[in-house]
Design a protein around this ligand. Structure first.
Ligand code: ADP
Ligand code: MG
Length: 324
């Protein structure tokens, strides 16, 4: 790391002297490695996701939004495991053609977004790496989950209900309006859903003893639910008329909306399965306003994801098998 970058990290990413680190962080940014003290009798959940400019976000996007998106995507992996996010490291690759002023401005804005988001979700930056090359942001996230309570992909059983949190398709619909500078409430809403997805961290933890399987939706509902089906050796049958969609998505028109909600990625909602006997416990959480989820189908024996829409079989290249 070049001397200039050392200053940048110290100034913008290292916690300020008056910031209080959690007791679990014995040694944070500044040494060769951080030292953390995980809780006794908790399992560590470990995930990493790298976002590359012009692949996972537009290179010219505001740096605070790039930070938010990078952290939220990683938090979503913790949510999908039912884990409580705790610590993370950050691998920053900054373009060598940026001059020192440009780097400083970018890192200052980036760190503002990162710190606000980390605070909101109760996790802390403990180290990282800074290098030069095409702009990219890698985050390595560590969380904790009680033994045997993690939400895995391989627990779905025939008869289980299939549910999703929030609503689907907004992030995919946002791609069409990301470069549009006009402000209107629909564009602003979709853009926010793309850059600031809502990782369902609290919901994931509440589902630990209720869901039989879970995963977050990063590649699209059908593709991601198919991962659960493959890992659990089961099939899923979905009624796409039940898909939760925002008013902003509905404006795309019925058939585009259902395509974006089933095949568009980047929503970072949870798709999960619940056995019939656990549905009352889920209904209780919903009644208490702790979790918003919609039943969209059932698990069956067999393989693949099968969909019906408006009384007909819904064909999608991602659904795999179509037996209806
Ligand atoms: P080393 O050469 O030993 O790998 P570095 O000089 O790269 O260490 O980093 C010095 C310290 O700054 C380390 O504690 C490292 O974790 C931290 N650091 C470097 N880059 C970042 C970053 N992007 N975010 C947070 N901490 C960072
Ligand atoms: Mg070292």
């Amino acid at each position: 790391m070049a001397a200039g970058e050392f200053e940048l990290i110290n100034h913008y990413l290292k916690p300020a002297p008056d910031e209080i680190l959690p007791d679990s962080v014995l040694l944070g940014i500044g040494d060769d490695a951080a030292l953390i003290q995980p809780s006794v009798e908790q399992h560590l959940a470990v995930a990493t996701d790298t976002l590359v400019a012009d692949v996972h976000f537009p290179a010219t996007a505001p740096a605070d939004l790039i930070a938010e998106r990078s952290l939220r995507v990683n938090l979503s992996d913790m949510a999908a495991m039912g884990a409580e996010p705790q610590w993370f490291t950050l691998s920053l690759t900054l373009p060598s053609e940026w001059d020192s002023e440009c780097r400083r401005d970018w890192v200052a804005t980036f760190s503002r977004g990162l710190k606000a988001c980390a605070k909101q979700f109760g996790c802390v930056l403990i180290g990282g790496d800074t290098t030069q090359g095409p702009l990219s942001v890698g985050i390595h996230m560590l969380g904790q989950v009680p033994p045997a309570e993690a939400l895995r992909r391989d627990g779905a059983e025939p008869g289980d209900f299939v549910l999703v949190t929030g609503c689907l398709g907004d992030a995919a619909a946002a791609l069409a309006v990301l470069d549009d500078d006009s402000t209107d409430s629909r564009r602003d809403y979709l853009r926010d859903r793309y850059y600031r997805p809502s990782p369902r961290v609290a919901e994931g933890q509440l589902l630990r003893k209720i869901a039989s399987s879970a995963q977050d939706i990063s590649d699209g509902l059908l593709a991601d639910l198919n991962h659960i089906c493959q890992a659990s050796d089961v099939a899923a049958e979905l009624d796409l008329d039940q898909l939760p969609m925002s008013a902003a998505l509905a404006e795309a028109g019925e058939s585009d909306a259902v395509r974006l909600a089933t095949s568009g990625g980047d929503d970072y909602e949870l798709v999960f399965t619940v056995a019939a006997e656990n549905m009352p416990a889920l209904a209780m959480l919903q009644a208490e306003g702790k979790l918003e989820a919609t039943v969209i189908g059932r698990i069956l024996s067999g393989a693949g994801v099968h969909c019906q829409w408006q009384g007909d079989v819904y064909q999608s290249s991602i659904t795999g098998y179509q037996h209806f």
